[in-house]
Write a protein that binds this ligand. Sequence first.
Ligand SMILES: [Zn+2]
Length: 358
Amino acid sequence: MDAITGSRIIADRYWRREVRTGPVRFADVIISPALPISVAEGVLLVRLPLPFALDHINVYLLDEGDGWTLVDCGLDTPEAREAWDRVLTHPLLQGRPLHRIVVTHHHPDHVGLAGWLSARFGIPVAMTAGEFAVAGRYADPARDVVAERCPFWHEHGLPATLAPELLERMPRYSRQVHALPARVDGVDTSAPITLGGRHWRPVVGRGHSPEHLSLVDDEGKLVLGGDQVLPKITPNIAVWPGGDSNPLRSYFETLPAFAELSDDALLLPSHRQPLRGIATRVDEIRAHHEDRLNAVIQACGTPVTCYELLPVLFGRPMRHAELGFALGEGVAHLNFLEGEGLVVSSLGEDGRRRFVRM
Ligand SMILES: [Zn+2]
């Protein structure tokens, strides 16, 4: 089977490629760290700093009249806490307090300061049950979830000489996430949620995280997208031991809910800038993964480990923590192809799993 055939099978099963008319149109806003801007009536975007290559996250404040609902919180760093001190006194907030916090998913840049803000203002935090479960597992002081990944890295070809460095460099959840409050409210994703004077329809995304919450307002004009659909970058879709073994399939299965949205809706994403043209952006993300899947199929002519495939997937050497994310993402692509019957894997006597084209 050649790669083109593989591409067609994948495309037919998971999406119907449609021809879109317009390009993605980015909202004409200048976004500075810790300076709230109004992006829609009653909606403020706040950019907070991150100490990574991706150097920021956008969080959103929804106007409740006598206060604000916050969607996502930022990573727990001194810089982000300092940014919050400036944001909370900004004139656009009119001196009104935070009322509650809604978190889209468990990743540290989204949930990191939820516990800190909740304790500071005595306000409730809500997230989906699936996300809270993973946050609890990662934050468990009795476990080292990074060390638990070592057998997975070995199986997928990480050279023994690189394992200690990766173990040391992978970020530890509890250093980036303030302790969550003892009580976190669940989000009922089957019913509309009223926030900031609007009724929002919850849209659950999978693949990037287990039960990621996005919110679409009932007029279909505003989308609080979280990380599920992002401009210019694709959300990390990776296998983590103990989690979804086929997250790329889960991601593809939950993308149609975004592809159905009007291209005139304003996507308010967690990174980069707001945009219109969500369905177009979904097509671009699908095409990106399709290209990568085809490249992987091509490279699986002889049995290879995931580690050996990383140059094909990423086009450059991966180091430090990046390598841990890349291995997870590589295995996500390989497991997807194996699930589709396009590659098959076997575990060698050396404990390494190798994949080969069917
Ligand atoms: Zn995320």
